[in-house]
Design a protein around this ligand. Structure first.
Ligand code: ADP
Ligand code: ADP
Length: 229
């Protein structure tokens, strides 16, 4: 079954140039455990697509289904709960809360699910250990290096065992070597947790490591054959 589906998705921004659609009639199916790269030129609409898939913005037409649930049919509260439970997010910048420790940051999505503090803490600890931050539990984001912050963000994205992680250039702010390390770690953990991944990237070498590469161009998604990636 698909963990994520876009059906006839369209988006036109009210203040966009000449109100032309960014895309119109887009389809996407992501199977359980599948990893998908979205590539395309700047301005092609990759972030717009990711925002729609993550329920952060509303499409002009079409539907997004997350774990089989139609997003537009849910109340704001139910959509928020589904986003927290079924999706993980990793951005170019870590978006960790500065006043909280690494452990608290990773526990937060679990606590929002109504899990007890001891259970949330033990799940968060095991994931922070898995990303190599077992010795940084009590550090605040400002006391972590850039790579460590992104690894904490990986742990936070996976902590609720989401059906799918959505990444917008998750390693785009790191130097090449750190980016490669964080990316491999993210892939490895995604596989271990059987979580799907949809990742926007401009880095073709990273894209090539995923199951499918889709290019967003002139409002359409085209699957790139391996020799074109
Ligand atoms: P990409 O992520 O591929 O660089 P975006 O999704 O950011 O592309 O942008 C796609 C198009 O939509 C661009 O033409 C951009 O200027 C326009 N756009 C993005 N966000 C907004 C917005 N909030 N309001 C108006 N136009 C926007
Ligand atoms: P990098 O060389 O990767 O940029 P830093 O030089 O910023 O890393 O930090 C090196 C190590 O010291 C990191 O692992 C980080 O966790 C730790 N560290 C940095 N600043 C602090 C701090 N204010 N308090 C505690 N530990 C810190």
């Amino acid at each position: 079954a698909e963990v994520l589906r876009a059906d006839g998705l369209a988006k036109t921004y009210a203040e966009g140039k000449l109100r032309t659609p960014v895309f119109d009639g887009l389809h996407l199916d992501v199977a359980a455990g599948e990893t998908v790269a979205i590539v395309g030129a700047s301005g092609a609409g990759k972030s717009t697509l990711l925002h729609l898939l993550g329920g952060l913005d509303t499409p002009t037409a079409g539907e997004v289904y997350v774990a089989g649930q139609k997003m537009s049919a849910l109340s704001d509260a139910a959509r928020g709960a589904l986003r927290n439970r079924a999706l993980g997010f990793i951005y170019q910048f870590h978006h960790l809360l500065p006043e909280f420790t690494a452990l608290e940051n990773v526990m937060l999505p679990v606590l929002l699910n109504g899990t007890t503090v001891p259970d949330a803490s033990s799940r968060a600890k095991s994931l922070l250990e898995a990303v190599g931050l077992g010795h940084r539990l009590e550090h605040k984001p400002g006391e972590l290096s850039g790579g460590e912050r992104q690894r904490a963000a990986v742990a936070r994205a996976l902590v609720n065992r989401p059906a799918c992680v959505l990444g917008d250039e998750p390693t785009g702010n790191l130097d090449e070597k750190t980016a490669a390390t964080v990316f491999e770690l993210m892939l490895e953990l995604n596989r271990a947790e059987r979580t799907s991944l949809v990742m926007v990237t401009h880095d073709r070498r990273l894209a090539r490591r995923l199951d499918r590469v889709l290019e967003l161009h002139e409002g359409r998604l085209r699957e790139l054959p391996a020799d074109e990636v």
